[in-house]
Design a protein around this ligand. Structure first.
Ligand SMILES: *Cc1c(COP(=O)(O)O)cnc(C)c1O
Length: 357
């Protein structure tokens, strides 16, 4: 199937889904609730094909099939966990850091992930923003020379046609102070057919472009996904992966080690392990903050440095991302720091004598 057919044939109803897999009562209820709440089921035939039709705890199913628990409110849940509405500096442009900005170019995605941080806006009918609608955002970028890095996200920019996407990328690239462009996309994971030779050639004219993708589980590492990643890397796009830590999906060091090792073999760099945003209705998929720290601690020293991402939490309210990790400092005295090592020992690190500093 071509990528356009994949998108046109997206599965969005309970009846279509029930024809492909055995649904549980909680899933049936979840699908009805989600449709009423405005963030319904949507999945490409390709990604649905990765599901286990008989196992409701399948890591792909948990990511895409609404569950009855989505109706349950949890303390601290927010509709807009990252305060994006408050940080919008122009329509669809969010700036939270001095040197970077995030441009939301479409509200369409190949797949509706149940833990989506933008479920409040996704698929709500705005569709791909025509260039004219982004005029104000582009003017803002042009008027702010401190912005060196522009992230195109959404929705998924790769759900747009190649010509529309290239027109937009060209408009951003023509701003002299923009050094790097990033494309935030789950296409390599959910719609690998989108990564055509034509797309790679067309976008390659606007390098440097970094691709930020989103693999969460080894079950997503299909031959098609490998081809999509290889094509991007061969086309000169550094590919970075952001994994969201998900309860019952990937909150296990062995699962993540397998995922990240394979990605490295594909030349995709595990960049972030993201603590899940407290988006309304997703508490059942969220882990305690401590869990991510424990997982990293178990992998530190066991997994190649290039396969180990940084754990970050995007602070609720949109004050920026904060890195988290195990603490290796066990004590400090003037000029001396005691560290615990991955081998379990403790060693002192001595600073240089004060005079030489
Ligand atoms: C996450 C994010 C970025 C990018 O952050 P990096 O740490 O540079 O990857 C930029 N802008 C916004 C609004 C973000 O949420």
């Amino acid at each position: 199937m071509s990528w356009q057919q994949e998108l046109r044939c997206a599965i969005t109803t309970q009846a279509e889904l029930a024809a492909k897999l055995e649904l549980t009562a909680e899933e049936r209820l979840g699908i009805e609730q989600a449709a009423r709440a405005g963030f319904g089921l949507s999945v490409t035939p390709y990604y649905l094909g990765l599901c286990d039709p008989h196992d409701p705890s399948c890591p792909i199913r948990r990511q895409i099939i609404p569950h009855a628990l989505e109706a349950r409110a949890a303390e601290g849940d927010l509709r807009d966990p990252l305060g994006e509405a408050a940080h919008e500096v122009a329509p669809r442009l969010i700036q939270r850091y001095p040197d970077r900005a995030l441009l939301l170019v479409t509200d369409q995605c190949a797949v509706h992930c149940r833990f989506c941080t933008r479920s409040r806006t996704l698929g709500r009918g705005r569709g791909a923003a025509p260039l004219a609608l982004l005029g104000e955002a582009l003017r803002y970028l042009r008027g702010h020379p401190e912005i060196r890095d522009v992230i195109l996200s959404g929705g998924d920019p790769l759900c747009m046609s190649t010509s529309r996407l290239c027109a937009l990328v060209q408009a951003v690239r023509s701003i002299p102070h923009v050094e790097t462009i990033r494309l935030g996309t789950r296409a390599p994971v959910c719609l690998p057919s989108r990564i055509t030779a034509e797309l790679v050639r067309a976008l390659g004219r606007y390098h440097p472009i970094w691709v930020m993708t989103h693999f969460n589980h080894p079950r997503e590492l299909s031959a098609q996904a490998a081809r999509a990643c290889t094509r991007l890397v061969d086309g000169g796009f550094p590919v970075m992966n952001q994994t969201v830590l998900l309860r019952g999906v990937n909150d296990d060091p062995l699962v993540l080690a397998e995922l990240w090792r394979t990605l490295v073999r594909w030349r995709v760099r595990p960049y972030y392990l993201m603590q899940m945003d407290p988006v309304a209705g997703s508490a059942h998929l969220r882990t305690p903050l401590e869990r991510g720290i424990e997982i990293l601690e178990q992998l530190q020293g066991k997994l190649s440095g290039i396969a180990l991402p940084k754990l970050v939490v995007d602070t609720p309210g949109g004050q920026g991302k904060v890195p988290l990790g195990p603490n290796y400092i066990v004590g400090r005295a003037p000029g001396c720091t005691r560290l615990r090592t991955p081998l379990g020992s403790e060693v002192d690190y001595l600073d240089p004598p004060a005079r030489q500093r």
